[in-house]
Design a protein around this ligand. Structure first.
Ligand code: PMM
Length: 315
């Protein structure tokens, strides 16, 4: 019997950590499943993220939450130490590293595949040293262009997110001619910089940056036209979990639904994104999105059917 094994979340009530399973070999990006959309669990180690700020404010609670997501089936855990919500206060690189590095190291040791959500190259480099396998830079290379050299040197997959401006300015930068075409064109411009730095096409994951310099209507339009992004030939990540445009959609009596009540809508977005071939979704509630991915896979044209093929020939 595996004496260290236990069902997820079954540690004693007094312990913030689920009982640790045996360390597993380090997970590798190239071993991720390719026959379905992947689910990336969001782990914000911050006091002020818009939807889960303060929930995982210490290393222990963050590690426990990350392990729960991993054992629930998340393919990737996205660890971030700085809030990116509009108007968020910047943290120093040292503070950010203190928040994320112990969490990255513990999750990697447990066998999880970890991405590091940061706009700082120094934090990304330290997280890669601690075992992270993907760089998730929501600034789309605008904050620290040296991220490109880091991704090239480390041969690490790089999530290229569309964003205009920064947390303090993006809400006023929503002027587009055709949002899907414009986002794709702006991403293509940054992609060329990544190529110039030596990043290979297969390392690049495109993200439309839902909620970053987008109005509610523009977010929906981007989801409707995911094919425009997919036509660029890279993997596509959809990150709409609990975002404001879902809250607005679910308005009751003039009040936007609070973030914690947006998970069913998030799962619906996951199902549609998966059906349309997204490589991955980035979500807070892993379980409901895993279910949604299964439904989408079962609905795909390639899924098994009970209908017999028409008889061929006269024999
Ligand atoms: N959004 C947030 C944080 N990180 N990363 C990617 N790649 N794409 C996003 O849209 C994105 C991100 C902000 O949302 P959160 O507070 O839920 O993490």
């Amino acid at each position: 019997m595996d004496s260290l094994a236990a069902a997820p979340g079954t540690g004693p009530a007094t312990s913030p950590l689920p009982i640790l399973r045996k360390p597993r070999p380090a997970a590798r990006f190239q071993d991720l499943p390719t026959d379905r959309t992947l689910v990336m669990g969001i782990l914000n180690v911050t006091p002020d993220s818009f939807s889960d700020g303060g929930v995982h404010a210490t290393s222990d609670t963050a590690i426990a939450a990350g392990l729960r997501m991993f054992y629930a089936g998340a393919d990737i855990i996205d660890v971030g130490g700085e809030s990116t919500r509009p108007g968020a206060v910047e943290v120093s690189v040292e503070e950010e590293k203190q928040r994320v590095l112990p969490v990255v190291a513990a999750l990697v040791k447990a066998g999880a595949l970890v991405s590091i959500d940061t706009t700082h190259a120094a934090t990304a480099a330290a997280a890669l040293d601690a075992g992270a396998a993907i760089i998730n830079d929501v600034s789309g290379l605008t904050m620290e262009p040296e991220m490109a050299e880091l991704a090239a040197r480390a041969r690490t997959p790089y999530i290229l997110t569309h964003r205009r401006g920064d947390a303090s300015t993006m809400d006023s930068l929503t002027d587009y001619w055709n949002v899907a075409e414009d986002v794709a064109a702006e991403l293509a411009g940054v992609r060329d910089k990544l190529y110039a730095a030596g990043v290979a096409p297969e390392q690049i994951i495109m993200d439309p940056g839902l909620g970053f310099a987008k109005t509610d209507v523009q977010n929906w339009e981007l989801l409707q036209h995911l094919d425009v992004l997919q036509a660029m030939g890279h993997k596509v990540l959809v990150a709409g979990s609990r975002k404001r445009f879902l809250g607005s959609l679910l308005t009751v009596a003039g009040k936007s639904a609070p973030p914690q009540e947006r998970d069913a809508a998030t799962a619906a977005v996951t199902a549609i994104s998966a059906f349309r071939g997204a490589w991955a979704v980035r979500v807070h509630d892993v379980g409901s999105s895993l279910d949604a991915v299964k439904v989408a896979a079962r609905m795909a044209p390639s899924a098994p059917t009970a209908t017999k093929p028409p008889a061929s020939g006269n024999s």
